[in-house]
Design a protein. Structure first.
Length: 142
């Protein structure tokens, strides 16, 4: 299996996991929260109409536009960067999965479903984590 194939597979798994957890959040957490690890982790259901941390809540079109631009920028960057290794490729596909996960929510639902909170952190989802891990991996291995 090639480097890109591993990355694509990981990206698909992340995207599928995010979609499944968002569906489960909508079904089972809409009316109640679940506390884990003595309240350190809270599973909840939040509809975030804005960008990160609820920023720009009434700017759906702008956020979708910026997300598509980010997706195009990342794809073009990946194609131009001559130094590609296994970890860079994995990071790229993780980042793409994260961007697509939240973009699909914004386009299809008009908001992003968030469902995890650790301590008093902002509430987030798997796509948010994928974006952070993907960017960190790309920066570290560039």
């Amino acid at each position: 299996m090639s480097e890109s194939s591993y990355g694509i597979t990981i990206g698909i798994i992340i995207l599928a996991l995010d979609r499944i957890l968002k569906i489960l959040s909508t079904r089972y957490l809409f009316a109640r929260d679940i506390l884990l690890f003595n309240g350190l982790v809270r599973l909840t259901h939040v509809r975030n109409p804005g960008a990160a941390f609820g920023f720009l809540p009434s700017q759906r079109g702008l956020i979708i536009f910026v997300s598509i631009l980010a997706l195009i920028f990342v794809i073009r960057l990946f194609r131009k960067v001559s130094y590609k290794n296994f970890y860079f490729s994995i990071g790229f596909w993780i980042l793409i999965a994260g961007i697509l996960g939240n973009l699909l929510d914004r386009i299809l639902l008009g908001y992003v479903i968030d469902y995890v909170q650790i301590l008093n952190s902002p509430i987030f989802n798997v796509s948010d984590i994928a974006i952070l891990i993907g960017m960190a991996t790309i920066l570290f291995f560039s």
